[in-house]
Design a protein around this ligand. Structure first.
Ligand code: PMP
Length: 451
């Protein structure tokens, strides 16, 4: 369908244009190579379609400006970390108040903002007792430890091609012969992850039942819709089935709402009336300030508290000196109270629907075998149709060259998509004109490709 020679030629042209357009970013990247491992602050920043990253100068709302002075419509939004928009005023004010006027970011003393945030997350996600972290990865790690502690079981079950952060237990996939295997490229695993985890495909209840029947799974850790291998939506009855099976087998259910928060003010859990034992979240709730948390159901909290010999206060492996610090909870409170409000989600979802419709129109116009899937304020295109029904299918439909072509083409014309995805996320500051700009450039990229 896609003429690969033409794709290669266009990708080459766009990469050349990117290099010519961004001399200051290129030079900054070159200079950093002497001091930063891989030349970047964190090695994933080398995930760039064009060969080097754009350097940030400024970011405000749904706009980003790079070092070379180009302004972008930012549909990446920090891969969800900036779903509240960049530097939303209410969050900036609360952070300034806490850090500058009142002072004190990390004092080993609670502030009253924390209980407010716990109550609000409880209202939204249905689980009442919250602890805080600074990342979603840590929220998941600590939720997993508690799940192991209360069930006395060793394993964690996840969906194939999930992502929940660099959590050792979850870096495995369903292999070609259906058996679990370590995820390709997994760095420095302490043990083979098949020792500590089980894995099944999303939307596959018979496999889930088979794996839970071993009786050694402490928790199923899942996104209610996959978002890290394209968006894969649950089929009717699937999530009810997961809940029923986990209950029947004495396994806890952890919903990781870090990305699926896009579905609404209470993520998928709130939007779809789900009933998990634990909810984990990170990224967006701090409006850009590092923050995260995990919420326990009353029953799980009571079970943990009823156990003797668990060190929850000192060296037991649940904690983080800066977790729940005054700055982080001030940012979470302001973001939840004033920015990512119930009303904001309605507008963001409507814009994402507009985004998905426009992309579908281009796909239809060129009769491409592609699909676009939406989850509230987030939409993503995938190079297969119909949309994949699990992670394995979605992974198989990956096309790195096509990804790179679209990412560089869009970037060269002022639109940023999320690296690792063809994902577009709406924040409260995103406008219809921003969405229209994407459609215009996307349509041009596709037209050039299909000749
Ligand atoms: N959970 C999910 C669903 C995620 O998508 C991610 C990151 N993409 C994480 C957890 C980990 O987040 P962080 O890297 O901020 O810890």
């Amino acid at each position: 369908m896609i003429d690969r020679a033409r794709l290669a030629e266009l990708l080459d042209r766009e990469r050349g244009a990117f290099r010519a357009r961004n001399p200051l970013s290129a030079a900054a990247y070159e200079r950093a190579r002497a001091h930063l491992f891989g030349g970047v602050p964190m090695t994933w920043m080398n995930k760039t379609a064009a060969g080097f990253p754009l350097y940030l100068a400024e970011a405000r709302g749904a706009r980003v400006t790079d070092l070379d002075g180009h302004e972008y419509v930012d549909l990446c939004l920090g891969d969800t970390g900036a779903m509240a928009g960049h530097s939303p005023k209410a969050t900036v004010d609360a952070v300034a108040e806490r850090f500058s006027r009142l002072g004190g970011a990390t004092v080993m003393m609670p502030t009253e903002d924390a209980a407010w945030v716990g109550a609000e997350l409880g209202r939204r996600f249905g689980v009442p007792f919250w602890s805080f972290s600074l990342t979603a990865t840590d929220a998941n790690r600590w939720a997993i430890r508690l799940a192991r502690a209360v069930t006395g079981r060793p394993k964690i079950l996840v969906n194939s091609y999930c992502y929940h952060g660099s959590v050792d237990e979850v870096l495995l996939v369903v292999g070609a012969d259906g058996a679990a295997v370590s995820r390709e490229g997994n760095v420095g695993a302490p043990v083979d992850p098949t020792v500590t985890g089980r894995v099944v495909e999303f939307n596959d209840l018979p496999s889930l039942e088979r794996e839970l029947a071993f009786g050694d799974v402490a928790a199923v850790l899942m996104e209610p819709a996959l978002t890290n291998i394209g968006i894969v939506l649950p089929e009717p009855g699937y999530l009810d089935g997961v809940r029923e099976l986990t209950r029947r087998h004495g396994t806890l259910l952890i919903n990781d709402e870090t990305h699926t928060f896009s579905a609404g003010p209470g993520g998928c859990t709130g939007a779809w009336g789900l009933d998990p034992d634990i909810v984990t979240i990170g990224k967006a709730i701090g409006g850009g300030v590092p923050s995260g948390g995990y919420g326990l159901s009353a029953e799980v909290a009571a079970r943990v508290e009823g156990m003797s010999g668990l060190d929850l206060v000192d060296m037991g492996g649940v904690g983080g000196t800066l977790a729940g610090n005054a700055l982080s909870v001030a940012a979470m409170r302001a973001t939840l109270e004033h920015v990512l409000t119930d009303d904001a989600f309605a507008a963001m979802s409507a814009l994402a629907a507009r985004f998905a419709d426009g992309v579908q129109e281009v796909i239809d116009r060129h009769a491409l075998p592609w699909s676009v899937t939406r989850l509230g304020a987030r939409a993503e295109y995938r190079f297969t149709s119909p949309a994949p029904r699990n992670g394995g299918e979605s992974n198989a439909a990956g096309d790195p060259d096509l990804d790179d072509y679209l990412h560089v083409y869009l970037a060269n014309r002022g639109v940023l998509l999320t690296p690792f995805h063809n994902m577009a996320l709406m924040c409260p500051a995103t406008t219809e004109a921003d969405v229209a700009r994407h459609h215009e450039v996307f349509a041009a990229a596709v037209a050039e490709l299909t000749g």
